[in-house]
Ligand binder design. Structure first.
Ligand SMILES: NC(=O)c1ccc[n+]([C@@H]2O[C@H](COP(=O)([O-])OP(=O)(O)OC[C@H]3O[C@@H](n4cnc5c(N)ncnc54)[C@H](OP(=O)(O)O)[C@@H]3O)[C@@H](O)[C@H]2O)c1
Length: 334
């Protein structure tokens, strides 16, 4: 079968497109004919061997890709509740213990014509959702959902701030804040064009952190009160300004550290504001079902920056690396 894979770590040029052995559905697994896959930051880290995602030599070549959507073509022994021909999207989180295990990093991924995954991770998609839309959902909407809905319990009368709103996770979080909860959303991003796109996506306010003082702008926008929730996939660069902008009782959810892992924390503010700081990693299959339902009825949608054929996976990596995008890169599988 055709696949996008790496034989060793490096820049975008190490991503090859070629033939790899076809997987089969083991016990409890389904085999999926992939129609679309989407890129996430983790795919870039896995390709480069960074941030703890290096693939052992013995497991090379590795087919990249976590997010994928397509139709079930075979059921492994013991699988019930799914049928051959069913349209599904994959939750790439294979296990949380003893450490997170992700499709495409720790197992052969979805940037291929076929992928085998645990049946529980294959979530049926409604007819209203095409494969490209579906494939762009899991890895960005699961942490956004976990921060905004599950852990952050954002309420309609509250205000949330989404950092790096142009990222895959950011575009997802803006929509969960607006389309699922109906709260006020402040998007924080880095260029005038991204500010415009964040407002078009539904954010009520947008701050350009490259030219504006985030903390000062939040004060202006909220009348000095601060925000009730922060969705942070950016890490070090914006942490202090965003953390300092929490209102009393505010919640701060971290799901990514693109700009660095270390930041100063003012512990006094944590208790005087009775704030809560927490981290999330992906989410459950049940949550992906809720996300698919919300996408099916139009409360949320995937923001696709660019679609390319799977054969151009290396170019998609290169483009995503430049960080000029707004939303997701999707690969279509012929
Ligand atoms: N915990 C989880 O479950 C989970 C799941 C998915 C992703 N993540 C993490 O969340 C983060 C976002 O993931 P994603 O797939 O949405 O990423 P992405 O689309 O590649 O994010 C790129 C965006 O990040 C911002 N950025 C700021 N500084 C950057 C820098 N130095 N290099 C590159 N980008 C920079 C830019 O947005 P602005 O211009 O708007 O600032 C850029 O467009 C990543 O760190 C990822 O590992 C975690």
């Amino acid at each position: 079968m055709k696949a996008a894979f790496i034989r060793g770590h490096g820049g975008p040029s190490v991503v090859e497109y070629g033939d790899m052995p076809e997987p089969t559905a083991g016990p409890g697994e389904v085999l999926i004919r992939v129609r679309a896959a989407s890129l996430n930051r983790l795919d870039l880290y896995t390709r480069a061997g960074q941030r703890g995602s290096a693939v052992p030599d013995a497991e090379m070549p590795r087919i990249l890709g976590g997010d994928g959507a397509g139709e079930v073509v075979a059921l492994g022994p013991g699988v019930t509740g799914l049928d051959v021909g069913q349209r599904v999207v994959v939750n790439p989180l294979l296990a949380m213990d003893p450490a997170p295990r992700m499709l495409g990093t720790h197992a052969q991924g979805s940037d291929a014509e076929l992928v085998a995954v645990p049946a529980a991770n294959a979530v049926p998609i409604p007819g209203a959702l095409d494969y490209e839309q579906a494939a762009a959902l899991p890895t960005v909407f699961l942490p956004a959902w976990a921060i905004v809905v599950r852990e952050g319990r954002l309420q309609p009368a509250e205000t949330a701030m989404v950092l790096s709103a142009s990222s895959g996770v950011g575009t997802a979080a803006v929509q969960v804040v607006k389309g699922v909860v109906g709260a006020t959303c402040i998007a924080v991003t880095s260029t005038p064009d991204k500010v415009r796109q964040a407002l078009e996506l539904g954010a009520d306010h947008a701050i350009n952190y490259a030219t504006e003082d985030v903390a000062e702008r939040v004060k202006e926008i909220t009348g000095g009160r601060g925000v009730d929730l922060v969705v942070d996939g950016t890490g070090a660069l914006l942490f202090e300004a965003a953390y300092g902008s929490l209102a009393r009782g505010g919640r701060y959810g971290v799901c990514g550290v693109t700009t660095g892992v270390r930041a100063q924390i003012h512990l006094g503010q944590l208790f005087t504001k009775q704030a809560r700081l927490f981290g999330v990693f992906m989410g459950s299959n049940a949550e992906l079902r809720q996300i698919v339902e919300a996408a099916g009825d139009g409360r949320i949608r995937s923001v696709v920056h660019r679609t390319r054929p799977l054969a151009e996976a290396a170019q998609a990596h290169e483009e995503m690396e430049r960080a000029e995008h707004f939303g997701k890169f999707v690969l279509t599988v012929p």
